[in-house]
Design a protein around this ligand. Sequence first.
Ligand code: GRF
Length: 206
Amino acid sequence: MRAAPLILGVLASGRGSNLQAILDAIDAGRCPARVAVVVSDRKDAAALDRARRTGIRAVHVDPQAHPDRVAFDDAIAGALDEHAVELVCLAGYMRLLSPGFVRRYPGRILNVHPALLPAFPGLRAQRQALEAGVRVAGATVHLVDEGVDTGPIVLQAAVPVLASDTEGTLSARILAEEHRLYPEAIRLFAEGRIEVSGRRVVVKEA
Ligand code: GRF
């Protein structure tokens, strides 16, 4: 078991409820980690405000201020490395990462996705689930590889799809599971219990 908390960098584009769930779990002693920096591509992201309120460094990296995705991702990596981030957590981060960025943090990037991957990758996964008529939906936390929502799956949780569901009600039910799973996956990572074997993640016994 490590002595020091795992140093996290969170990338978020929006409201930051998953960031909040991670912070709450850390406060409650359920997640042996520390969020050192929150980085956003959007100046107005509520996630940045949440970070500032908690005294966490909040960094806006403006995509318009960089000539291309590689330069933009380099700026993000600079902010993460400045804080010696050990695990990068994507939490509602709406941009695709460049392959170079993913290779810079091998096996050290997590993402949360509002679907039972490999079903419904990409945008508006909850709407995709409703349109496909599935009876069960859910949330996934996975390691990030160079594809879109394709990396090895760490944790998943299922929720029912109700006949009365709208995109909003289904999203809320899934979000509650995201908030539960993400801190749990970070805890497993911090405890050194995540082992990747091909496409599969093996969670080692505590
Ligand atoms: C979550 O549903 C996440 O799975 C998806 O975007 C949403 C972000 O929500 N990628 P929040 O910003 O964490 O509140």
